[in-house]
Design a protein around this ligand. Structure first.
Ligand code: PMP
Length: 405
């Protein structure tokens, strides 16, 4: 037997991982902050109140009495957990009610709910594709899309962010008989820009590719909340739409919508669905109630767009560019890792919560996000706080080059 060295111990890497400790010591560690309370637009941290501009709670429904009551009612009826996979004992009628109403809302024949948005992309992509297939994705696609593709073993190619011409080039280079899937986000989570869906649909048609749109950030935001495909009038041209309940629908979970045939297949092939416990009753009740609020009050999305416009204009007025954002996701360009962290710290100290984004997730930036429930006074206060950050002086508009996973 060979002598086993210290380096052969997979745990040996723990001692050399020091980056996080250095940041903790200097007060610049931005992750796992223990928020003590949260009502949608305000959060408490270390006993101080912050304006929350870092959530995905776009419609502010986590604090809606109807959503809270529905979560409580589901908890009372079904208990705290389904304690199993939907495939076996963990399926409740509420999951299926949510599927039916979501499919109708998105304009698709059927839907399938899973326990998170991440698991949905993982299960759908890896359940559908095999190593024989080709998958082509936008450079800005979410990590869960990337991980689903890798897990599937399919041949993975990337195209430059929102460049349908480049996508056409990649598809044109595939063998004629190669099965192919294209995956894009409807709204990109780091830039806040929209997919050029008409061009992507056109290319997919020309080259015989099926199209999956991850609309995690389009649901509840565009087209009265119906999402990116509806915004462009292209619902029938998109084969599969994935969404998450952890953003506009104020819950936890995810879903895929498509044809009856596709959903039937995925029900029996998505391993993240089959081998993981189902959405909890409370999550399911909350998502269903939030979906009904959105369906009945689409004007909430107008308020959200107005708030996003107000903040973008406010930042522009103090010389801070917000790139290609056309949604409540507003990226503010920063300079390098330390510049980003110092700017983030100053904002926290002045009472504004935003998320720092660092490579390899994406180019450095502060990711600011708005909800329909922010008041104009809160948004003006946020602009004031940004204007006072020296690291952001002369911040250029972020050009939007996509993520770098
Ligand atoms: N897709 C996109 C584009 C996302 O931004 C996210 C979450 N950030 C997900 C999927 C995963 O959703 P969830 O948080 O529900 O797992």
């Amino acid at each position: 037997m060979n002598a086993i060295t210290d380096q052969a111990d997979v745990f040996s890497r723990f001692a050399s991982f020091t980056a996080a400790n250095d940041l903790i010591e200097s007060g610049l560690y931005p992750y796992f902050l223990p928020l003590e309370g949260h009502d949608g637009t305000r959060a408490r941290l270390d006993g101080r109140e912050l304006i929350m501009c870092g959530s995905n709670n776009y419609l502010g429904l986590t604090d809606d009495p109807r959503v809270r009551a529905a979560a409580g009612q589901a908890l009372d009826t079904y208990g705290s957990s389904c304690t199993g996979s939907r495939f076996l004992n963990g399926n409740i009628d509420l999951h299926q009610e949510l599927e039916k109403e979501l499919a109708r809302f998105l304009g698709k024949p059927a839907a399938l709910v899973m326990s998170t948005g991440y698991q949905t992309n993982l299960g759908v992509i890896a359940g559908l594709l095999t190593p024989r297939d080709h998958v082509v994705i936008d450079k800005g696609a979410h990590a869960s899309v990337v991980d689903g593709c890798r897990l599937s073993g399919a041949k993975l190619r990337w195209f430059p962010h929102n460049d349908a011409g480049a996508l056409a080039g990649v598809l044109a280079g595939l063998p004629d008989d190669a099965p192919r899937l294209v995956v894009v986000d409807g709204v990109y989570s780091m830039e806040g820009d929209l997919c050029d869906l008409p061009a992507v649909v056109d290319v997919c048609r020309r080259y015989g590719a099926r199209l999956l749109v991850d609309d995690a950030h389009g649901l509840g935001v565009l087209a009265g909340g119906r999402g990116t495909a509806a915004h462009f009038g292209l619902t029938d041209e998109v084969d599969l739409i994935t969404v998450t309940f952890s953003k506009s629908l104020a819950s936890l979970g995810g879903a895929v919508a498509g044809s009856e045939e596709a959903i039937h297949y995925l029900r029996h092939h998505a391993r993240s669905l089959i081998f993981s416990a189902s959405m909890t009753p409370a999550n399911t009740g909350a998502a269903l109630a939030a979906l009904r609020v959105l369906r009945d009050e689409p004007e909430l999305t107008d308020k959200l767009a107005a708030n996003a416009g107000h903040l973008r204009r406010g930042l522009a007025a103090v010389g801070i560019g917000t790139g290609v954002s056309a949604t409540p996701i507003i990226p503010v360009a920063t300079h390098g890792t330390m510049g980003t962290l110092h700017a983030w710290r100053r904002l926290i100290d002045s009472g504004v919560y935003v998320n720092p984004v660092l490579p390899p997730a994406a180019e450095p930036r502060l990711r600011v996000s708005v909800t329909a429930r922010h008041t104009t006074a809160q948004l003006d206060r946020v602009v004031e706080a940004f204007a006072a950050v020296p690291e952001l002086r002369g911040s250029r508009a972020y050009a939007g080059s996509g993520t770098t996973q």
